[in-house]
Design a protein around this ligand. Structure first.
Ligand code: TYM
Length: 334
């Protein structure tokens, strides 16, 4: 059976992008045919400074978002990264395998470090080695993510390949990225060339998983669009990124293809389309928002679930870490 791993950073409120690109698909991948391991990656979050109490709260909130989206902690392993020490240990081992040049090439590092990259934390540069450790600590074979994580997953494959080659073993699998569906890259509602992101200064650019129905409807009403009517197929949207984005969002929320959505709205303008989009967005997101709030009413229960998940995760990761140490010649006598 394939073993699936994925993670989400608790570094701010979660967005519709996180939901459609990741959370919604995490729940769908659960079942008899696969083993699913899902992680709130709090150690990734601290590569940029986080207020300690807010980080703890957001870690719980991310766990609540997983569960509200349908991740069942009995069917999946659900935990936060820092409670399973194998992640940090394997990340160090991978720091010795990965090359500095690989890290400098990462576009996310360049974006987040900005102009003064000498001043970025060392952790921000080494971030992809920790991400590779997250995945390979479980010898996971498939990783569902949004389009923006593709480069990091290629680096994970590079680390696995180099490790296997350097030590003459076939220890780590070459992980497959699962980047699928209509919404692998949800764009900003204000600018069709920018990714929808929790770090965008404009709150109107994104739908937060904590937004109420009024806020969702208002943000969709104000979303940037053009004045043309909708075409009958996606080919007609080639130079219309904002329109394309809203169609993709509709398709992903309604579990349809973009062409199916367009076949119903062909010839109509955004005056007709936007209220329909708002309706499907509210219908799909409101129950999730409500469930998240319910889970957040009992933080102790979330902590208990994460603790149990961490124990189950450690039981899988520890033997793989031990074997990795043996391969590398690190003496183990206890
Ligand atoms: P993060 O926390 O930024 O995002 C979590 C997931 O949401 C997806 N996503 C999007 N998908 C579509 N459209 C968007 N606008 C959008 N914004 C975010 C991301 O692609 C991701 O799947 N490095 C990772 C976290 C991570 C991880 C891992 C993921 C750490 N270790 C191991 C997979 C496996 C990150 O920063 O995701």
């Amino acid at each position: 059976t394939p073993r699936i791993f994925s993670g989400i950073q608790p570094s701010g409120g979660l967005t519709l992008g996180n939901y459609l690109g990741a959370l919604k698909r995490f729940a769908a991948l659960q079942g008899e045919q696969s083993e699913t391991i899902y992680c709130v990656v709090d150690m990734h979050a601290i590569t940029v400074w986080q207020d300690p109490e807010a980080l703890r709260m957001r870690t719980r909130e991310a766990a609540a978002a997983f569960m509200a989206s349908g991740v069942d902690p009995a069917q999946s392993v659900l935990f936060n990264q820092s409670q399973v020490t194998a992640h940090a240990e394997l990340a160090w081992l991978f720091n010795t395998v990965a090359r500095v040049g690989w890290m400098y090439r990462m576009t996310q590092f360049k974006d987040k470090a900005g102009k003064n990259s000498e001043n970025a934390s060392l952790g921000l540069l080494a971030y992809p080695a920790l991400m590779a450790a997250d995945i390979l600590a479980y010898q996971a074979t498939a990783v569902p993510v949004g389009e923006d994580q593709k480069q990091h997953l290629e680096l994970t494959r590079d680390i696995a390949t180099k490790f296997n080659h350097d030590y003459g073993v076939n220890h780590f699998p070459i992980t497959e990225p699962l980047i699928e569906g209509a919404a692998t890259r949800v764009m900003s509602l204000r600018d069709g060339s920018k990714k929808m992101s929790k770090s965008d200064p404009s709150d109107a650019s994104r739908i937060n998983l904590t937004d109420n129905a009024d806020a969702i409807a208002q943000k969709i009403r104000k979303a940037r669009t053009d004045a043309d009517p909708l075409p009958g197929t996606v080919e007609g949207l080639r130079d219309r990124p904002e329109a394309r984005n809203l169609i993709n969002i509709f398709a992903a929320l309604a579990d349809e293809s973009p062409d199916q959505v367009l076949s119903r709205f062909e010839g109509q303008g955004f005056g007709a389309f936007k209220p329909a989009l708002a309706e499907v967005a509210v219908a799909k997101l409101s129950p999730i928002t409500a469930k998240m709030a319910e889970f957040m009413d009992d933080p102790a229960e979330i902590d208990r679930i994460l603790g149990t998940g961490a124990e189950r995760a450690a039981a899988i990761a520890t033997p793989i870490l031990d074997r990795t140490k043996d391969i590398m010649g690190l003496l183990r006598s206890r």
